[in-house]
Design a protein around this ligand. Structure first.
Ligand code: ASP
Length: 304
């Protein structure tokens, strides 16, 4: 049994492992782990406390995938629901669809009994106002919607917090699952989806080969289909490290004026795991059933 997560998943990794120890599935474990991070107001990149879009609205993206059946569910640009990962799971289980966005996702969440909640914390609101003020805007930005595309460049701010939470679990039956949740790029253009809700970009799991999940500039993972690529390279017989290297080579081929931080975690079918980043010093966390505490391991540095 194994749980691997991005470093900000440390707060939820014990909860995920508890699920596995109790005989729960990999899907249950990734959902449990992600939910803890979504409720953490200190994390400004996921769920409650996440930094908002250009209009000051918290818009969440999440996805979940079952490596046993290749079933997947996702939500994008969802407002007012604290646990988008659980809504994504219900999309997978209740609907003949994979991805719901915006008003439709919110409607489905309400139908499934998820409570509505204001997710914009005071701290996140102040950060948004401050960023707009620095950039010469003001809180009445909503009156200037016609010109908002000019402001979307704020989302390329290299100082912005850069994370998303990734969880991969392997349960006692050897099944793999992956879960991803994010508030996306701070100050993004409303309605922008990153890689996190796009199956194959920010998230992919297939018991037969392995699983991958990404954080960082989602537009790159969408264009290179990164998570699926890792699994495909594993299918072709590459080692976990070589599969990740090949995926990073694909990212390096992208012509992208906004290319920035990019990280991933990956697990192969034997349960070997790896974290990779183009930022030296970045870490990820991993825990097996025998461990009392997770280990925080360095990510291998690869350039994009
Ligand atoms: N991958 C996320 C997105 O593009 C953001 C991040 O991880 O920094 O929405």
């Amino acid at each position: 049994m194994l749980v691997v997560a991005s470093a900000n998943g440390k707060v939820g990794i014990q909860a995920a492992m508890e699920v596995l120890r109790a005989g729960g599935s990999a899907l249950d474990a990734v959902e449990a782990g992600v939910r803890v991070v979504e409720s953490n107001p200190e994390d400004h990149t996921v769920g409650l406390g996440g930094l908002p879009n250009l209009l000051g609205e918290v818009e969440l993206d999440a996805s979940i995938m079952d490596g046993a059946t290749l079933a997947a569910g996702a939500v994008g640009a969802l407002q007012g629901v604290e646990h988008p990962i659980s809504v994504a799971r219900r999309v997978m289980e209740e609907l003949p669809h994979v991805l719901l966005v915006g008003a439709g996702a919110a409607r489905f969440a309400a139908e499934m009994g998820f409570e509505r909640r204001d997710l914009l914390t005071e701290e996140a609101r102040r950060a948004w106002e401050e960023r707009l003020r620095q950039a010469g805007g003001d809180q009445s930005l909503q009156r200037y919607t016609a010109a908002m595309r000019r402001w979307a460049k704020l989302a390329a701010d290299p100082e912005r917090p850069n994370e998303t939470v990734n969880f991969i679990a392997r349960d006692g039956r050897g099944n793999l699952a992956v879960g991803v949740s994010t508030s996306g790029w701070a100050w993004k253009y409303p309605g922008r989806l990153g890689d996190s809700p796009v199956i194959g970009a920010g998230n992919y799991a297939d018991n037969r080969y392995g699983a991958g999940a990404c954080t960082g500039r989602g537009e790159m993972a969408i264009r290179a289909a990164t998570a699926r690529s890792i699994v495909l390279y594993l299918k072709q017989g590459m080692s976990l490290e070589d599969a990740c290297r090949e995926a990073y080579r694909d990212l390096a081929d992208l012509v992208d004026p906004y290319a920035g931080p990019f990280s991933l975690i990956a697990v192969d079918r034997a349960g070997r795991h790896l974290g990779v980043s183009n930022r030296p010093g970045a870490t990820y966390v991993a825990m097996t059933a025998e461990m009392d505490e997770p280990v925080e391991a360095p990510r291998l540095v690869m350039n994009v």
